[in-house]
Write a new protein. Sequence first.
Length: 294
Amino acid sequence: MPNRHPLLSILPEPLPEGRTSIAVDAANQFLRPDFENARGGATFARFDGEDYGLTLDFAKRLGPVALNLRLRGVWRTSGFTDQIFASWHGFLGTPNGGRDKAPRFRLDYTLKIDGQTIARLVEDRASFMDADLAVLVPFGSDAGGGRVGASVQAPTGRRDDFSGSGSWDWLIGTALWKRLGAFRLHTQLEYAFLGIGDDNPYSLAMVKKTQKRAWAGITCQGGGDGFFSGLGLDISVAYAETPYSIGVPRIDSPGWQQHWTFSHTRFPKWRMGISEEAGTYFSPDLTVYIQYRM
């Protein structure tokens, strides 16, 4: 599951698998209140809320090529998980990331630069995000292989509420995997190109119009029918450059994210997992997801 921070959710989606699927996810967003103002007040960035997303992939094989249309919808709301995290950190006696300094049950996604509002959302809203169409060329087999592809992202979402970039964007990428006994090693490399022009307010927040991303992981899938013997676990680490430069270190820095995905031989079409920021607040604090693949 890719990073669902509002500033990242407007960028092209990762290169898909080329399988029809449906996925739901829930992500908690929170930027420390003491990070909100930067550059002597020229930048104001507030990200406090929850996202509940629905992702639909429609794949069609045409000879050696596969087409994949990805449609995304998201319900953004104030939510309740901030209080759960604050209570958990209080129980452990660890810092709660500044949640005690923010109002409870608040939805506020706002980015302002030099007095200009780049995008803002302060009321619960269901939104249709930008849509992605990918062309994939798979090769090899389950034992070892990969796919290469490219995608275009259409500006079907609203630009002013973090539902879309307001431009046509592109992505190229490749995925590789190799099975070694009970383990499967995999990686994915991508390069995104953003069509954001100088007349687009997002350009005020960006230092470049490209983004490099990479994933690497290992999977171990049990082959039995029992609860434990049939369990599978994939552990992946993701790295993403940031195209942004707004004076907030935790947003201007590259992001790392860890993914833990579980599967079972009795339910081969289902996957569920959790992803968490791995050392930076650029990523959502926590995202949970479940996917059904046709």
